[in-house]
Design a protein around this ligand. Structure first.
Ligand code: 6PG
Length: 246
């Protein structure tokens, strides 16, 4: 796991946009790149910077956008991850509509988890029986959850399905989430974290035990894992594992 720590959340997000584009550029020109996005509040800044500063140099026709997870609400709901992404990114870029694969949070959760899983499996390459996302953008909760795999719901880390239904422990609201097996097989797992409230959770990624879901994912990932954090979220992470500041 490589850590990239920055003086500000803006610098961290901007650098992650550059890293995403670097990975995209590394594929053959005709290759469609599958990227799964997380929601919450942290990625909003990344999406705005991506649209405003790099939207013109991004080959949107070659990028398929999926979601890591979605709250079980309509896309117009303030809680919707798609709605947040539409406001901060999709409405500002010329991505073909057919390249945006929305999780339908308004539909029956179990039925939509299955529909969306079949869609991802049909559109992506496969690794060890899982659809292989080229890039997965992850956040991390203060409790160490990632995607919508919360402490106490660790069964979702080994679930045989591609997407399943999780429950937010505080609100009790359902969420459709990518499960651990496809998460672990992503070509590149990028964690984005900012703010002091995330420092303990990020430190768990460097712990030896799979103490929280985000730690399990970071420890068992099959390929590249990188953390992009501001200095408020990163103080407990060892300097030694810090990659060059891109
Ligand atoms: C979601 C995200 C979730 C998020 C963390 C961090 O649907 O909320 O997928 O995993 O990344 O909860 O959220 P913040 O960025 O709001 O701190």
């Amino acid at each position: 796991m490589t850590i990239h720590a920055y003086s500000s959340a803006t610098d961290a997000a901007r650098s992650l946009v550059g890293r995403i584009l670097q990975v995209v550029d590394g594929f053959p020109a005709q290759r469609t790149v599958g990227i799964a996005l997380s929601g919450g509040s942290t990625p909003a800044l990344l999406f705005r910077l991506w649209a405003e500063e790099s939207g013109g140099r991004t080959p949107w026709e070659r990028i398929r956008l999926f979601w890591v997870d979605e709250r079980c609400v309509p896309p117009t709901d303030p809680e919707s991850n798609y709605g947040m992404t539409k406001k901060n990114l999709l409405d500002k870029i010329p991505i073909p509509e057919t390249n945006v694969l929305r999780i339908k949070g308004e539909d029956d959760p179990e039925e939509e988890a299955l529909r969306y899983a079949l869609q991802a499996e049909a559109l992506l390459d496969e690794e060890e029986g899982c659809p292989k996302f080229d890039i997965v953008l992850l956040g991390i909760g203060e409790d160490g959850h990632t995607a919508s795999i919360f402490p106490g719901q660790e069964h979702l880390l080994t679930d045989r399905r591609t997407y399943a239904v999780g429950i937010h422990p505080a609100s009790g609201r359902k969420r459709i989430t990518l499960t651990g097996r496809p998460l672990l097989r992503a070509g590149h797992l990028f964690f984005l974290a900012a703010g002091e409230t995330k420092k303990q959770a990020l430190a768990a990624l460097h712990g030896l035990s799979d103490s929280v879901p985000a730690a399990y994912v970071a420890h068992h990932a099959r390929h590249d894992v990188e953390v992009f954090a501001d200095r408020n979220a990163a103080p407990l992470l060892p300097e030694a594992d810090r990659g060059p500041l891109p």
